[in-house]
Structure formats: C-alpha cells, structure tokens
Write a protein that binds this ligand. Sequence first.
Ligand code: IPE
Ligand code: IPE
Ligand code: MG
Length: 252
Amino acid sequence: MIFKSSTTDIPEVRQVPRHIAIIMDGNGRWAKQRFMPRVAGHKRGVDTVREVVKACIERGVEQLTLFAFSSENWRRPEDEVTKLMELFVLALEREVDKLHKNGVRLRIVGDLARFGPRLNKLIADGEALTGNNTRLSLNIAANYGGRWDILQAINRLITDPDRNGPITEADIAQGLCLSDAPEPDLFIRTGGEKRISNFLLWQLAYTELYFTDTLWPDFDAVALDAAIDSYQKRERRFGRTSEQVTEAASKT
Ligand code: IPE
Ligand code: IPE
Ligand code: MG
C-alpha cells in the first residue's frame, strides 16, 4: 500500500496518530543518577518499550518506530556497544513470542550487515514469525541512520538497469526501509535533547515534533498520553493556511 506523501499530497489527519516514531534517549543519565552502570539504564529501557508497545496497541496506533541504535552509536566505548548487542539478543529471545501473541508485527530496520550471525538469525526468525500480524507494526531502528536510508534507496535506483529519467520523490519514498508505513504523525524524543540525531530524515518532513525531559526508563503510558494530547492540539497545515485547513475539514 502506498501512503500519501506530506509533500506531494495532503495526508489524512486522524485523532490518534497512525504512526509514532520515538528516539528513546536518556538511559545513561537515568543510570548515572542512581550510581548504576549505563547498561542498567538500557535494561530498564527495555521495560519501557514493553509498556509503550502495550499502550500503543490499546490506543489503536498502527506503526511504532523506535530508535534503538544509531549508525553513530558504534562510536561509543566498545564495552557499552557489546552490552547493547547482548541486550538486543536477550530482548529478542524473550519478547518475540509475546509480541506474536499480541498480534504485533516486528521489523528491524537498519544496516543489519554489521550485526553478527546470531543476531541476524534472531531478527530473521522474529520477522518471519510475526510477519502476518496486523494489530501493530513495531519497527526497531538498529544500526539505522536517516542518511544511510536515503542513500541505499538512491543507490538501488541508479543501479537498476530498467529505470531511466529523473528520480522522483515517490521513487525514493518507495526505496526507504519504512516504505510500507505512512510518514510518522508524531515524533517523540525523551531525555531532553532537541535534535533528530540522524533518525528518519526523509519521513519527518511534516511530522509533529514533541520533546520531553523525561528520561526513557521513566517514560510510561501516562507520558505517552501527554505526547498524544499535545499532538491532538496541533493544527497540521502542510503548507496551507489555517482557513484552508478548517474548510477542508468541514467538507469531510
Ligand atoms: C539511549 O540512551 C539509548 C541508546 C542510544 C542506545 P543513551 O544511552 O543515549 O542515554 P544518555 O543520552 O547517555 O542519557
Ligand atoms: C539517539 O540517541 C539514538 C538512539 C536513541 C538510539 P543518542 O544519545 O545517540 O543521540 P546524541 O548523540 O545525543 O545526538
Ligand atoms: Mg543519548
């Protein structure tokens, strides 16, 4: 299914965001505040993921995209990277069956080539098991970078012998990792930083941005509702005037 692009069309606006994208930040600081090792924060972060997934299912969100590990996170100390990979393996081993029982389709988006065979096998098995589920698509961005995503789409296009003519927006959108999801309606970043950190650069063109100081391990369903509440008070104009938005809404 091809969804309406925010730049070449006017997408449908719903009360409940169809697609929420989250930068789960602040695990390290959460742990530091408690004089615990950083990995303790990451572990608690997995608990938050579980709670937020459940809340999204209950609220009727269709797509949830979580930034778990960026293409720049390899710059961290080797020990932390290793522990994060171990945690990723553990989380997949423990959670995939539960996700499947709850009707969640799991997908891992990013450059998986850099992960070891064990992790790749868990990812492939998890995606195969849950591939036909329709309640919620849970997209985990791992070794993901927005620039990488755009580049891999372009590189596939320019090496395709069957295509010619200029590259269109639709060509690129169809080549991105999340080509089968609508663009995010709501972006949330926890942990207080106000930046995108190379997350979904292409798709965030008209996404509503929400930043909270709450650290990811402290984020919960109530905090999610606060973000959705803020989203519902916004007027999404997509370049039009407020009057045009009101008029278009009265016709539907
Ligand atoms: C986010 O928390 C998790 C990952 C990037 C893997 P951080 O680890 O960035 O936590 P802070 O920003 O140092 O508090
Ligand atoms: C962004 O968080 C990536 C993830 C949450 C996975 P970072 O903590 O790595 O971002 P920066 O370095 O502060 O921008
Ligand atoms: Mg951080």
